[in-house]
Design a protein around this ligand. Structure first.
Ligand code: HEC
Length: 186
């Protein structure tokens, strides 16, 4: 409800009383209203499995960079505190509450030193959210991908996660996670 109230406050013409009425509606309807309010307020749309982009991950710990020559993408993998602790200690499976984020940019030559390659345009951001019960069918991970600066949700149906999960299967023994902590002397 708190989120509905906050969103309602940002919408002229909507009163808190209107919003409170929704508390009596069935849960499914409330979820629908939330999504509608979020879109109406200009918020990014949810992926087909209901996951919305997570904000503020830029302040999280960097786990490692990576580079895909075939896609010519530079990536940065971030983890929240739960993820960072599990990476540091090698805890597997990752605990519920772990969130891993992979951000990808196209590449460009540094204008002042063309031999150096650096991130160019933002390409996409991906999330893996650990909740053993909720996402039991996909190894306990909720997957979502958002494309381009407008963060367009990837996938036409909730089954899109099979593509993600399928490619992450080879690292089942590492709880379906490819990336390991890039260490450097402290
Ligand atoms: C074709 C194989 C493939 C597919 C499909 C794929 N991934 Fe990955 N993913 C990888 C590889 C390989 C990495 C390791 C880092 C890298 O490649 O930059 C990775 C890394 C990640 C990471 C960082 C954590 C980790 O495992 O290293 C996230 C988050 C992620 N992928 C999300 C997704 C989501 C969401 C989807 C589906 C929309 C998806 N992936 C589909 C291959 C894949």
């Amino acid at each position: 409800m708190e989120r509905v109230r906050l969103a309602a406050r940002e919408q002229p013409g909507r009163t808190e009383r209107d919003t409170d009425m929704r508390g009596f509606l069935p849960l499914a309807l409330v979820v629908g209203v939330l999504a509608a309010v979020s879109v109406a307020a200009g918020g990014p749309a949810a992926a087909p499995n209901g996951i919305t982009p997570i904000h503020g991950y830029q302040d999280w710990k960097v786990i490692a960079p990576s580079y895909r020559p075939d896609k010519d993408h530079i990536r940065l993998i971030y983890g929240n505190d739960v993820a960072a602790r599990a990476m540091e200690s090698g805890t597997r499976p990752f605990p519920d509450g772990t969130v891993l984020v992979k951000v990808a940019w196209s590449t460009r030559k540094n204008p002042s030193f063309p031999a150096a390659v650096e991130p160019g345009k933002f390409a996409q951001v991906e999330f893996m959210i650990k909740d053993g019960k909720k996402y039991a069918a996909t190894g306990g991970w909720g997957f979502a991908r958002f494309l381009g600066p407008e963060l367009k949700p990837y996938g036409d149906a909730p089954t899109f996660v099979q593509e993600c999960f399928g490619c992450h299967l080879p690292v089942k023994d590492n709880d379906f996670v490819f990336t390991s902590l890039a260490r450097s002397p402290r």
